[in-house]
Design a protein around this ligand. Structure first.
Ligand code: 5GP
Ligand code: MN
Length: 319
Protein backbone atom coordinates (compact mmCIF):
# COMPACT_ATOMS: atom_id res chain seq x y z
CA UNK A 1 0.00 0.00 0.00
CA UNK A 2 0.89 3.66 -0.36
CA UNK A 3 2.26 4.14 3.17
CA UNK A 4 4.74 1.28 2.65
CA UNK A 5 5.94 2.86 -0.60
CA UNK A 6 6.40 6.23 1.10
CA UNK A 7 8.35 4.63 3.96
CA UNK A 8 10.56 2.69 1.57
CA UNK A 9 11.44 5.78 -0.46
CA UNK A 10 12.17 7.76 2.70
CA UNK A 11 14.49 5.06 4.07
CA UNK A 12 16.32 3.90 0.94
CA UNK A 13 18.42 5.54 -1.72
CA UNK A 14 19.01 3.60 -4.94
CA UNK A 15 16.08 2.60 -7.13
CA UNK A 16 15.31 1.10 -10.51
CA UNK A 17 11.98 1.47 -12.29
CA UNK A 18 10.60 -0.75 -15.01
CA UNK A 19 7.35 -1.42 -16.85
CA UNK A 20 5.91 -4.00 -19.21
CA UNK A 21 7.34 -4.85 -22.62
CA UNK A 22 5.78 -2.87 -25.47
CA UNK A 23 5.27 -0.01 -23.04
CA UNK A 24 2.34 2.37 -23.42
CA UNK A 25 1.83 5.96 -22.32
CA UNK A 26 0.92 5.00 -18.77
CA UNK A 27 3.81 2.56 -18.37
CA UNK A 28 6.41 5.01 -19.67
CA UNK A 29 4.84 8.22 -18.35
CA UNK A 30 4.45 6.77 -14.87
CA UNK A 31 7.95 5.26 -14.87
CA UNK A 32 9.56 8.53 -15.91
CA UNK A 33 7.31 10.56 -13.61
CA UNK A 34 8.36 8.38 -10.68
CA UNK A 35 12.01 8.68 -11.75
CA UNK A 36 11.80 12.51 -11.70
CA UNK A 37 10.05 12.39 -8.33
CA UNK A 38 12.77 10.18 -6.82
CA UNK A 39 15.51 12.39 -8.24
CA UNK A 40 13.82 15.49 -6.83
CA UNK A 41 13.96 13.80 -3.42
CA UNK A 42 17.71 13.28 -3.75
CA UNK A 43 17.54 9.59 -4.63
CA UNK A 44 19.08 7.78 -7.57
CA UNK A 45 16.74 6.16 -10.08
CA UNK A 46 17.34 4.24 -13.31
CA UNK A 47 14.50 3.56 -15.73
CA UNK A 48 15.10 0.21 -17.39
CA UNK A 49 12.76 -0.99 -20.13
CA UNK A 50 13.15 -3.96 -22.45
CA UNK A 51 12.90 -2.99 -26.11
CA UNK A 52 12.46 0.26 -27.96
CA UNK A 53 10.50 3.28 -26.83
CA UNK A 54 7.71 4.01 -29.37
CA UNK A 55 8.03 7.36 -31.23
CA UNK A 56 4.94 8.79 -29.50
CA UNK A 57 6.97 9.03 -26.29
CA UNK A 58 10.28 10.30 -27.67
CA UNK A 59 9.68 13.82 -26.37
CA UNK A 60 8.96 12.83 -22.77
CA UNK A 61 11.53 14.38 -20.45
CA UNK A 62 14.11 11.79 -19.44
CA UNK A 63 13.39 9.41 -22.30
CA UNK A 64 17.06 9.57 -23.34
CA UNK A 65 18.03 8.14 -19.94
CA UNK A 66 15.94 4.97 -20.35
CA UNK A 67 18.15 1.91 -20.63
CA UNK A 68 17.22 -1.15 -22.67
CA UNK A 69 18.47 -4.08 -20.57
CA UNK A 70 17.93 -7.83 -20.60
CA UNK A 71 19.27 -8.46 -17.09
CA UNK A 72 18.91 -6.51 -13.90
CA UNK A 73 22.41 -5.30 -13.11
CA UNK A 74 23.53 -2.75 -10.59
CA UNK A 75 22.75 -2.78 -6.93
CA UNK A 76 19.39 -1.32 -6.10
CA UNK A 77 17.56 -1.08 -2.80
CA UNK A 78 14.31 -1.75 -4.67
CA UNK A 79 12.90 -2.12 -8.16
CA UNK A 80 9.53 -0.55 -8.98
CA UNK A 81 7.39 -2.47 -11.47
CA UNK A 82 4.81 -0.21 -13.10
CA UNK A 83 1.63 -1.95 -14.27
CA UNK A 84 3.11 -5.41 -14.59
CA UNK A 85 0.82 -8.40 -13.98
CA UNK A 86 3.82 -10.52 -12.90
CA UNK A 87 7.62 -10.53 -12.62
CA UNK A 88 7.97 -11.74 -16.22
CA UNK A 89 6.05 -8.83 -17.80
CA UNK A 90 9.05 -6.46 -18.01
CA UNK A 91 11.00 -9.09 -19.98
CA UNK A 92 14.05 -8.46 -17.76
CA UNK A 93 15.79 -11.36 -16.04
CA UNK A 94 16.93 -11.29 -12.42
CA UNK A 95 13.92 -9.46 -10.97
CA UNK A 96 12.99 -12.45 -8.80
CA UNK A 97 16.04 -11.81 -6.63
CA UNK A 98 15.28 -8.12 -6.13
CA UNK A 99 13.17 -6.26 -3.56
CA UNK A 100 10.20 -5.40 -5.76
CA UNK A 101 7.44 -2.82 -5.53
CA UNK A 102 4.38 -3.65 -7.62
CA UNK A 103 2.44 -0.49 -8.53
CA UNK A 104 -0.66 -1.10 -10.62
CA UNK A 105 -4.25 -0.09 -11.25
CA UNK A 106 -5.28 -3.48 -12.67
CA UNK A 107 -7.03 -5.67 -10.14
CA UNK A 108 -6.33 -8.89 -12.07
CA UNK A 109 -3.04 -10.63 -11.31
CA UNK A 110 -1.34 -11.86 -8.14
CA UNK A 111 0.30 -9.48 -5.67
CA UNK A 112 3.77 -10.68 -6.66
CA UNK A 113 5.81 -7.80 -5.20
CA UNK A 114 7.62 -7.52 -1.90
CA UNK A 115 5.40 -4.46 -1.53
CA UNK A 116 2.15 -4.22 -3.50
CA UNK A 117 0.25 -0.98 -4.09
CA UNK A 118 -2.79 -1.68 -6.25
CA UNK A 119 -5.49 0.92 -6.79
CA UNK A 120 -8.16 -0.17 -9.30
CA UNK A 121 -9.97 3.16 -8.78
CA UNK A 122 -7.05 5.05 -10.35
CA UNK A 123 -7.61 5.88 -14.04
CA UNK A 124 -3.91 5.32 -14.70
CA UNK A 125 -0.85 4.49 -12.64
CA UNK A 126 0.02 8.11 -13.43
CA UNK A 127 -2.74 9.18 -11.04
CA UNK A 128 -1.09 7.02 -8.35
CA UNK A 129 2.31 8.60 -9.01
CA UNK A 130 0.69 12.01 -8.49
CA UNK A 131 -0.81 10.76 -5.20
CA UNK A 132 2.60 9.40 -4.17
CA UNK A 133 4.19 12.76 -4.90
CA UNK A 134 1.62 14.49 -2.67
CA UNK A 135 1.89 11.86 0.08
CA UNK A 136 5.66 12.19 0.25
CA UNK A 137 5.56 15.99 0.23
CA UNK A 138 7.19 16.31 -3.20
CA UNK A 139 6.71 19.15 -5.68
CA UNK A 140 5.11 18.55 -9.07
CA UNK A 141 7.92 19.71 -11.35
CA UNK A 142 7.40 20.42 -15.08
CA UNK A 143 9.06 17.06 -15.86
CA UNK A 144 6.76 15.12 -13.53
CA UNK A 145 3.76 17.02 -14.93
CA UNK A 146 4.62 16.19 -18.57
CA UNK A 147 5.18 12.50 -17.85
CA UNK A 148 2.14 11.98 -15.64
CA UNK A 149 -0.13 13.91 -18.02
CA UNK A 150 0.96 11.54 -20.80
CA UNK A 151 -0.06 8.60 -18.57
CA UNK A 152 -3.50 10.10 -17.90
CA UNK A 153 -4.33 11.16 -21.43
CA UNK A 154 -3.41 7.81 -22.98
CA UNK A 155 -5.03 5.54 -20.37
CA UNK A 156 -8.31 7.49 -20.32
CA UNK A 157 -8.60 7.77 -24.12
CA UNK A 158 -8.22 11.54 -23.82
CA UNK A 159 -10.49 11.61 -20.76
CA UNK A 160 -13.46 9.87 -22.30
CA UNK A 161 -13.29 6.27 -20.97
CA UNK A 162 -15.33 5.28 -17.94
CA UNK A 163 -12.18 5.31 -15.76
CA UNK A 164 -12.17 9.12 -15.94
CA UNK A 165 -13.22 10.53 -12.55
CA UNK A 166 -13.32 13.89 -10.86
CA UNK A 167 -9.95 12.99 -9.33
CA UNK A 168 -8.48 12.30 -12.77
CA UNK A 169 -9.52 15.72 -13.99
CA UNK A 170 -8.38 17.38 -10.79
CA UNK A 171 -4.95 15.78 -11.17
CA UNK A 172 -4.85 16.77 -14.87
CA UNK A 173 -5.67 20.33 -13.87
CA UNK A 174 -2.82 20.38 -11.34
CA UNK A 175 -0.43 18.99 -13.96
CA UNK A 176 -1.39 21.71 -16.43
CA UNK A 177 -0.83 24.30 -13.69
CA UNK A 178 2.63 22.77 -13.21
CA UNK A 179 3.45 23.27 -16.89
CA UNK A 180 2.14 20.28 -18.87
CA UNK A 181 0.92 21.34 -22.34
CA UNK A 182 -2.14 19.24 -23.30
CA UNK A 183 -2.08 19.96 -27.05
CA UNK A 184 1.63 19.15 -27.34
CA UNK A 185 1.38 15.93 -25.36
CA UNK A 186 -1.75 14.68 -27.16
CA UNK A 187 -0.31 15.72 -30.51
CA UNK A 188 2.82 13.65 -29.90
CA UNK A 189 0.59 10.58 -29.53
CA UNK A 190 -2.39 11.11 -31.80
CA UNK A 191 -1.04 13.21 -34.68
CA UNK A 192 2.37 11.66 -35.01
CA UNK A 193 1.91 8.26 -36.71
CA UNK A 194 3.61 7.10 -39.87
CA UNK A 195 1.38 6.70 -42.95
CA UNK A 196 1.59 2.92 -42.48
CA UNK A 197 -1.06 3.32 -39.75
CA UNK A 198 -3.58 4.52 -42.31
CA UNK A 199 -2.67 1.68 -44.70
CA UNK A 200 -3.11 -0.87 -41.93
CA UNK A 201 -6.35 0.72 -40.71
CA UNK A 202 -7.85 0.47 -44.20
CA UNK A 203 -7.06 -3.26 -44.36
CA UNK A 204 -8.25 -4.10 -40.85
CA UNK A 205 -11.51 -2.14 -41.17
CA UNK A 206 -12.18 -3.97 -44.41
CA UNK A 207 -12.66 -7.15 -42.33
CA UNK A 208 -15.10 -5.74 -39.76
CA UNK A 209 -18.37 -7.64 -39.34
CA UNK A 210 -21.20 -7.82 -36.83
CA UNK A 211 -23.03 -10.77 -35.31
CA UNK A 212 -26.75 -11.30 -36.00
CA UNK A 213 -27.75 -9.13 -33.02
CA UNK A 214 -25.69 -6.25 -34.36
CA UNK A 215 -24.27 -5.71 -30.87
CA UNK A 216 -20.94 -7.45 -31.35
CA UNK A 217 -18.42 -6.27 -33.93
CA UNK A 218 -15.35 -8.33 -34.79
CA UNK A 219 -12.38 -7.78 -37.06
CA UNK A 220 -9.04 -9.29 -37.94
CA UNK A 221 -5.49 -8.32 -38.66
CA UNK A 222 -3.31 -10.82 -40.48
CA UNK A 223 0.48 -10.87 -40.53
CA UNK A 224 0.27 -10.22 -44.27
CA UNK A 225 -1.65 -6.98 -43.63
CA UNK A 226 1.17 -5.75 -41.41
CA UNK A 227 3.71 -6.55 -44.07
CA UNK A 228 1.73 -5.01 -46.94
CA UNK A 229 1.27 -1.84 -44.90
CA UNK A 230 4.89 -1.67 -43.77
CA UNK A 231 3.42 -1.34 -40.28
CA UNK A 232 5.42 -0.91 -37.10
CA UNK A 233 4.40 -1.77 -33.54
CA UNK A 234 1.85 0.71 -32.27
CA UNK A 235 0.41 1.57 -35.69
CA UNK A 236 -2.77 -0.24 -34.70
CA UNK A 237 -3.22 1.54 -31.36
CA UNK A 238 -6.88 2.31 -30.83
CA UNK A 239 -8.20 0.40 -33.87
CA UNK A 240 -10.30 -1.74 -31.52
CA UNK A 241 -12.26 1.32 -30.42
CA UNK A 242 -13.36 2.30 -33.92
CA UNK A 243 -16.38 -0.06 -34.21
CA UNK A 244 -17.50 0.96 -30.70
CA UNK A 245 -18.39 4.32 -32.23
CA UNK A 246 -21.52 2.73 -33.74
CA UNK A 247 -24.50 3.31 -31.44
CA UNK A 248 -25.71 -0.29 -31.41
CA UNK A 249 -22.31 -1.93 -30.92
CA UNK A 250 -21.74 -3.03 -27.31
CA UNK A 251 -18.59 -5.10 -27.70
CA UNK A 252 -15.67 -5.44 -30.09
CA UNK A 253 -13.33 -8.37 -30.71
CA UNK A 254 -10.10 -7.54 -32.52
CA UNK A 255 -7.95 -10.59 -33.33
CA UNK A 256 -4.39 -10.20 -34.54
CA UNK A 257 -2.44 -13.05 -36.05
CA UNK A 258 0.93 -13.38 -34.31
CA UNK A 259 2.00 -16.78 -35.65
CA UNK A 260 0.59 -20.01 -37.06
CA UNK A 261 -2.88 -20.41 -35.49
CA UNK A 262 -1.96 -17.98 -32.72
CA UNK A 263 -3.65 -14.64 -31.98
CA UNK A 264 -3.60 -11.66 -29.66
CA UNK A 265 -7.11 -10.57 -28.90
CA UNK A 266 -8.32 -7.18 -27.70
CA UNK A 267 -11.81 -6.93 -26.24
CA UNK A 268 -13.70 -3.71 -25.67
CA UNK A 269 -17.17 -3.06 -24.30
CA UNK A 270 -19.56 -0.33 -23.27
CA UNK A 271 -21.30 0.09 -19.94
CA UNK A 272 -21.36 -2.72 -17.40
CA UNK A 273 -20.49 -5.51 -19.85
CA UNK A 274 -17.32 -6.94 -18.25
CA UNK A 275 -14.78 -8.15 -20.80
CA UNK A 276 -11.97 -8.55 -18.22
CA UNK A 277 -13.87 -11.55 -16.82
CA UNK A 278 -14.05 -13.11 -20.28
CA UNK A 279 -10.34 -12.46 -20.91
CA UNK A 280 -9.48 -14.10 -17.58
CA UNK A 281 -11.14 -17.34 -18.73
CA UNK A 282 -8.42 -17.50 -21.40
CA UNK A 283 -5.57 -16.52 -19.09
CA UNK A 284 -5.72 -12.83 -20.02
CA UNK A 285 -7.04 -9.87 -18.08
CA UNK A 286 -7.57 -6.14 -18.03
CA UNK A 287 -10.37 -3.79 -17.05
CA UNK A 288 -14.17 -4.06 -17.28
CA UNK A 289 -14.35 -2.27 -20.64
CA UNK A 290 -10.86 -3.05 -22.04
CA UNK A 291 -9.15 -6.41 -21.83
CA UNK A 292 -6.79 -8.65 -23.75
CA UNK A 293 -5.82 -12.28 -24.11
CA UNK A 294 -3.88 -14.69 -26.27
CA UNK A 295 -5.54 -17.66 -27.96
CA UNK A 296 -4.46 -20.52 -30.23
CA UNK A 297 -6.44 -22.56 -32.75
CA UNK A 298 -8.50 -22.25 -35.90
CA UNK A 299 -9.28 -18.61 -36.58
CA UNK A 300 -12.97 -19.05 -37.51
CA UNK A 301 -13.59 -21.37 -34.53
CA UNK A 302 -11.97 -19.10 -31.97
CA UNK A 303 -13.71 -16.03 -33.33
CA UNK A 304 -17.07 -17.84 -33.19
CA UNK A 305 -16.34 -18.98 -29.63
CA UNK A 306 -15.62 -15.43 -28.46
CA UNK A 307 -18.70 -14.06 -30.24
CA UNK A 308 -20.82 -16.74 -28.59
CA UNK A 309 -19.44 -16.01 -25.10
CA UNK A 310 -20.15 -12.31 -25.55
CA UNK A 311 -23.67 -13.04 -26.83
CA UNK A 312 -24.34 -15.10 -23.70
CA UNK A 313 -23.02 -12.32 -21.47
CA UNK A 314 -25.12 -9.68 -23.21
CA UNK A 315 -28.26 -11.85 -23.01
CA UNK A 316 -27.75 -12.64 -19.31
CA UNK A 317 -27.40 -8.94 -18.58
CA UNK A 318 -30.70 -8.05 -20.23
CA UNK A 319 -32.74 -10.56 -18.17
P1 5GP B 1 -5.11 -4.20 -25.16
O1 5GP B 1 -6.34 -4.75 -25.78
O2 5GP B 1 -5.00 -2.73 -25.40
O3 5GP B 1 -3.89 -4.97 -25.48
O4 5GP B 1 -5.30 -4.36 -23.60
C1 5GP B 1 -6.39 -3.81 -22.91
C2 5GP B 1 -6.20 -3.97 -21.42
O5 5GP B 1 -6.11 -5.33 -21.07
C3 5GP B 1 -4.92 -3.33 -20.90
O6 5GP B 1 -5.23 -2.76 -19.65
C4 5GP B 1 -3.96 -4.47 -20.74
O7 5GP B 1 -3.10 -4.26 -19.69
C5 5GP B 1 -4.88 -5.64 -20.45
N1 5GP B 1 -4.35 -6.87 -21.08
C6 5GP B 1 -4.16 -7.08 -22.39
N2 5GP B 1 -3.67 -8.32 -22.61
C7 5GP B 1 -3.54 -8.90 -21.39
C8 5GP B 1 -3.07 -10.18 -20.96
O8 5GP B 1 -2.69 -11.04 -21.73
N3 5GP B 1 -3.07 -10.39 -19.61
C9 5GP B 1 -3.52 -9.46 -18.72
N4 5GP B 1 -3.49 -9.75 -17.41
N5 5GP B 1 -3.97 -8.25 -19.10
C10 5GP B 1 -3.98 -7.97 -20.41
MN1 MN C 1 -2.42 1.81 -17.21
Amino acid sequence: MLSQVVELIEKKKAFAITTHVKPDGDGLGSSLGLCWLLKSLGKTADVIVRGEVPPAYHKLPGVDLIRDVEHLNGSYDAVFLIECSDLERPGIRGLNEAFTVNIDHHSTGDPFGTINWIDPTASAVGEMIYNLCKAIGGRITKEIADCVYMALVTDTGSFHYSNTTDRTLKVASELIKAGAKPAEISGAVYNNYPWSRIELMRRVLDTVKRDETGKIAYMRQTLAMRQESDAIDGDNNGFVNIPLAAREVEAVIYMREIGANSYRVSLRSKGDLNVAKIAERFGGGGHRNAAGLQIDGNWDDKEAELVSILQTEIKSRIQ
